[in-house]
Write a protein that binds this ligand. Structure first.
Ligand SMILES: [Zn+2]
Length: 500
């Protein structure tokens, strides 16, 4: 590779040097072993520095820099774009724009400044979660993720900002509770938390925050997520962006506004894209597909995505990125797709945008039909609780005279420990057989059954997030439960969020 003397070099934020050894995050195996003469060169990379300055430090600087660049330890920054109104790209999490629209971003590099705006900031999520290794320091992880995002923004010729909202796991349970030992039990509840639909009050509050941040930037172009998948943050960001656009349409009517297809969610729910576009169209909101041929920058996109090394490795993300862009390009080219907003948007109801909209229609209708005067409502939590206080508050408001009975396995009672109400009775359950027999006898009383999940945590997580079918043993169990509860009007759902 050619290295222009004025090119600026940045070291990625994941490495620490101990003597001659350079380690990636908490790894004990050196990613790099430096010769004594290279240490000063390596340390100089702590700040942004030019090739010319590095060449003065070491005779073989260019060679070393090229090798470290290939090893994805350092990056070369592009020249700054000319001053102009910015392209503003909004993302739920610090990595979504690179994953979903990174190629399009690289194609536009140098044209105008980019503002990468992440809704969430504080986070304890890292790639080590899947390895169940102890790396939960939220301050350190947040700092690292912000450094990654700053670097990605710089590589796109821009700057990074956040709205400072904590990431979903930390909204579900505080940072102090997350560790390698608690991870699986917490993830089980987090799955139900993530799958809960965004609530109007949260959407409106976020829309206001976004307007306060975006309007003063006077964007020349705006990119927002389409909200594919079921993750509450993606759906909430999409909804809030739409509310902001509708309220301030005079400011956006004349600029390109693009909804990007959220990756990797676009690969998991193939029917959801048409469903979302259709739901908008049904309300007079027209979205026009805007494909971008990213073939020439695909490898660079993979490298850009790889900057988020606290979350995943670029080579692990490459196959799905390639598969999805090839699929959209029908084999002829690698395509990233977004959808241009042509008219003032109107937000469809969340239930029509959900990844499993068809599956939740019947239980939602049954729930809607419940009388406001219902006096007793039992909820049997066959699986994790998720957003406990929020769910119960919605039910209390919806049924103002009801006594709510919540049956919860003893080993998940901790999910309810921080909030209580005189109208909510929590009934701990040691084993389900006896309580279910007793419940069956309360003929005529309404009951909501959260599907039982007697299978390993990993599959439960998938069942909530990817809406996979119930395993056979669970289907048999639910058929038995239906027979047992023949005399109780019941609604069965994956989690309470499907109804609320
Ligand atoms: Zn995301």
């Amino acid at each position: 590779m050619t290295l222009p003397p004025d090119a600026v070099v940045r070291r990625r934020p994941h490495y620490r040097r101990d003597g001659a050894a350079v380690y990636f995050l908490i790894s004990h195996r050196p990613a790099l072993t430096l010769a004594d003469s290279e240490i000063a060169l390596y340390d100089a990379l702590a700040a942004a520095v030019t090739i010319a300055e590095l060449a003065a430090l070491h005779p073989a600087a260019c060679e070393r820099i090229a090798a470290w660049h290939d090893a994805e330890i350092i990056d070369l920054l592009p020249p700054s774009p000319p001053p102009a109104r910015p392209l503003v790209a909004i993302e739920p999490h610090m990595d979504d724009v690179a994953l979903s629209a990174g190629g399009r971003l690289l194609l536009r590099r140098g044209e105008r400044p980019v503002v990468l705006l992440s809704v969430t900031r504080e986070s304890n999520v890292s790639g080590y979660w899947t390895l169940q290794r102890e790396f939960f320091d939220d301050a350190a992880i947040t700092k690292l993720r912000e450094a990654e995002s700053s670097l990605v923004a710089e590589l796109a010729g821009g700057t990074h900002r956040t709205l400072g909202i904590p990431d979903a796991p930390l909204r579900y349970r505080p940072a102090s509770e997350w560790n390698a030992e608690s991870l699986m039990a917490l993830q089980d509840g987090l799955a139900a938390y993530l799958a809960f639909p965004p609530q109007t009050s949260d959407v409106n509050a976020l829309a206001q925050r976004l307007a306060d941040e975006v309007l003063p930037l006077d964007p020349a172009e705006l990119w927002i997520p389409l909200g594919l998948g079921g993750h509450v943050d993606h759906r909430m960001t999409r909804d809030a962006c739409v509310v902001m656009l509708a309220e301030h349409w005079d400011r956006f009517a004349d600029i390109p506004v693009l909804f990007y297809e959220d990756h990797p969610y676009s690969t998991y729910f193939p029917a959801q894209l048409d469903q979302i576009v259709g739901a908008f169209a049904a309300r007079g909101t027209r979205l026009t597909p805007m494909p971008a041929d990213i073939t020439t920058v695909f490898d660079e996109k993979v490298r850009l995505v790889g900057v988020y090394a606290s979350q995943f490795k670029s080579r692990a993300m490459e196959p799905k990125l390639r598969e999805r862009s090839r699929e959209i390009g029908e084999g002829a080219a690698l395509i990233e797709r977004a959808h241009r907003l042509d008219t003032r948007p109107q937000l469809p109801p969340e239930s029509e945008l959900a990844p499993d909209a068809a599956a939740i229609r019947a239980p939602r209708a049954a729930f809607e039909a419940l009388s406001r005067e219902t006096r007793s409502l039992t909820i049997i939590f066959g699986a994790a609780v998720g957003p406990w206080e929020r769910s119960m508050r919605i039910l209390l408001e919806r049924f103002p005279v009801a006594h709510l009975r919540a049956l919860i396995a003893n080993d998940r009672l901790w999910e309810t420990s921080e909030w209580s109400d005189p109208r909510v009775e929590v009934i701990g359950v040691a084993g389900w057989l006896g309580p279910l027999w007793r419940e069956a006898r309360r003929a005529g009383e309404r009951v909501i059954v959260i599907q039982f999940a007697p299978w390993p945590f990993d599959d439960r997580w998938r069942q909530q997030i990817f809406k996979t079918a119930l395993p056979a043993q669970s289907r048999i169990l639910h058929a038995g439960l239906a027979a047992l509860f023949a005399l109780r009007p019941r609604i069965v759902c994956r989690h309470l969020g499907d109804l609320l």
